[in-house]
Design a binder for this molecule. Structure first.
Ligand SMILES: C[S@@+](CC[C@H](N)C(=O)[O-])C[C@H]1O[C@@H](n2cnc3c(N)ncnc32)[C@H](O)[C@@H]1O
Length: 251
């Protein structure tokens, strides 16, 4: 993987990232993707996409930061899906963390969230976004106390988890139906990098065993149920839905 910085003083941080996420061993097409660390933080570029397609994690000033301040709070579908509207604040294991946006929304409503991500490049981007958030004067303290990243596959990590979260949250990649021109550039780069999570069905049984209260699966509205399993209830938004599996012991 080609990873570059224009600033010599950031070399050792990049070496740390390379070691933590084993980036030097990556076999993704080096001519196609580049990781660059500059004053904006770590960014992923795809060569044939213009700058708009760059991906980085920004909890401090990005769209999720705006949503934290002005979003719908506990009235949001995701909040209802994890049971936040019922008063209690659940602990959440986000087993398919991606760029951490959903996890951040949940953390900003008070949930403690452990994030699992298996893709080394996505995990490095997320790690870098979290480091910048941890150091921020306004949100640093609560992000440090609510969001923690674990690098690895949930197929292993869920089985080995030494604790039981109230909620396991799953949002695996699903084949996109829209024509590629309609999909946002950033999303296209992300999809090209990660591909589809074709092994996601197998996560549901582990998740159901682990969660003490419920498992929430985010799906595009046209997608079937994960592992063909009918949920206890569904919460729908414009393009997605949350399939909620309430732990039988809680019913
Ligand atoms: C659609 S994205 C999640 C987006 C995320 N909800 C957000 O708000 O940014 C799916 C992510 O899950 C990760 N993933 C899929 N299966 C996984 C597994 N078994 N263990 C860890 N990460 C996984 C993929 O690498 C990808 O980054």
């Amino acid at each position: 993987m080609y990873i570059h910085t224009p600033f010599e003083e950031n070399r050792s941080y990049l070496d740390t990232l390379t070691k933590l996420f084993n980036l030097s061993a990556l076999t993704i097409n080096e001519a196609e993707f580049q990781l660059v660390y500059d004053e904006l933080g770590l960014q992923l570029f795809k060569k044939d996409e213009p700058k708009l397609g760059a991906i980085r994690v920004d909890f401090v000033t990005g769209a999720v930061a705006h949503r934290r301040k002005f979003g719908g709070g506990k009235g949001q579908a995701i909040a209802k899906a994890v049971g936040l509207n019922k008063g209690a604040v659940p602990t959440v294991l986000d087993a398919t963390a991606g760029l951490g946006r959903d996890a951040f929304v949940l953390a900003s409503m008070g949930c403690k969230v452990v994030l699992h991500e298996r893709n080394p490049v996505v995990a490095a981007l997320l790690y870098d976004g979290l480091q910048r958030a941890y150091q921020d004067a306004e949100i640093g303290e609560w992000v440090q106390s609510t969001m923690r990243l674990e690098f690895g596959s949930s197929h292993d990590l869920l089985e080995q988890a030494g604790w039981r979260p109230d909620v396991v949250y799953l949002d695996p990649m699903f084949p996109h139906r829209e024509k590629s021109a309609q999909v946002k550039k950033e999303m296209r780069v992300f999809q090209d990098l990660v591909g589809n999570d074709l092994d996601a069905d197998a996560l549901l049984p582990f998740a159901l065993q682990l969660a003490t209260k419920r498992v929430v699966v985010k799906r595009p509205d046209y997608a079937g149920f994960l592992n063909d399993k009918t949920p206890s209830m569904q919460i729908k938004t414009k393009k997605n839905r949350f399939d909620v599996y309430v732990n039988a012991a809680m019913k």
